[in-house]
Design a protein around this ligand. Structure first.
Ligand SMILES: O=C(O)CCC(=O)C(=O)O
Ligand SMILES: [Fe+2]
Length: 331
């Protein structure tokens, strides 16, 4: 007889093979959705393989990240995010505190969908909508970055269609929320953890992501850690060619806490610098998030008042960027 011991939540992040998400066979898409459903109710993080994004595109984006962060300070400051009403561009080290402690030991560059000045959201000055800043001195970065952003947008749409299935909704359920979305790609550079860091000062302080889903490419240095449902920290050891996908706060809220947006953090204990490329699909700022019909009942009533995506993100930006908040966009 094998004595019964209660199941433990994951000690290693699960891997989702996404190949069947592209199948014309609904049963195969539903099988992927069911795997995601189980994970989303638990740790909320998984590796995604067979995702269809060419490795050369990802590698090329890492090359641009290395080139950009190695550029002279003047090149980076010329695209400082303080110059962008939308909050795009370069984020100096020490700008953001994702945990409510010391500032993070990372620098970043962020970009999103380029909108013309006469787009209604830009005219209204809606936070996080506008045009990107690109470094003049690095020709070629813009075209590649836009191609990468487009691939991430397409993948996030496919993920959300499978997530809709996983919540017993029509596959196109989230399409209305992706009208003119806040879809932010960041490039991040984490120097090695310095010996003189303040107490609890690390690459990225513990936080949850704010949007719908995040799709992260990480290099092979390691340092990302995820809190599982038991409150234990699990290393998201890099798996080459995979993305790390996680559920964000807005999806947790939309699903009435059935899906989990779990905390994670980064500490680069490697002597080499670490680079990562998180993409945040947050949705259209004007869309209202209120409990999904499949997620509330008399026994499990709605826990949150309806709110717009824009209002939720604005509140989170103010909490983590403090005085710099009007300029910031992510996570
Ligand atoms: O760099 C990473 O691995 C994670 C970054 C992250 O969690 C974020 O920017 O929200
Ligand atoms: Fe994050």
């Amino acid at each position: 007889m094998i004595p019964y011991t209660p199941p433990k939540t994951v000690q290693r992040l699960p891997v989702i093979d996404f190949a069947d998400a592209f199948s014309s066979d609904l049963g195969k898409r539903e099988a992927v959705a069911w795997e995601i459903h189980k994970i989303a109710r638990d740790v909320g993080f998984f590796y995604l393989v067979n995702h269809g994004v060419p490795s050369a595109l990802v590698d090329g984006q890492f090359d641009w990240a290395r080139r950009f962060f190695a550029a002279p300070d003047a090149v980076k400051r010329a695209v400082d995010m303080s110059l962008s009403p939308a909050g795009f561009g370069y984020e100096r080290i020490g700008t953001q505190a994702l945990d409510d402690g010391p500032t993070d030991l990372k620098e970043g560059f962020q970009f999103g969908t380029d909108l013309p000045p006469d787009h209604p959201y830009v005219r209204q000055g809606v936070l996080r909508y506008g045009h990107n800043l690109w470094p003049q001195e690095l020709p070629g970065m813009r075209a590649h970055a836009q191609q990468y952003h487009a691939a991430m947008s397409v993948l996030s749409q496919r993920l959300l269609s499978i997530i809709a299935l996983s919540l017993q909704l029509p596959e196109d359920f989230f399409d209305f929320a992706l009208g003119t979305p806040i879809a932010t790609q960041r490039m991040l550079h984490y120097p090695p953890q310095p010996a003189d860091a303040q107490h609890n000062q690390i690459g990225a302080g513990a936080h949850t992501d704010w949007g719908l889903v995040t799709i992260l490419a990480q290099d092979d240095i390691g340092g990302l850690e995820v809190r599982n449902a038991d409150g234990e920290w699990v290393r998201a050891t890099p798996i080459h060619g995979s993305f790390v996908v996680n559920i964000g706060d807005l999806l947790q809220r939309w699903s009435n806490d059935i899906y989990h947006s779990n905390a994670h953090r980064v500490r680069n204990d490697n002597p080499a610098p670490r680079y990562s490329l998180p993409f945040f699909m947050d949705g259209d700022h004007a869309v209202t998030v209120s409990c999904l019909p499949s997620c509330c009942s008399d026994a499990h009533p709605a826990r949150y008042a309806p709110c717009t995506i824009g209002d939720y993100l604005t509140q989170k930006v103010q909490e983590t960027f403090g005085a710099a908040s009007v300029l910031a966009v992510a996570p």
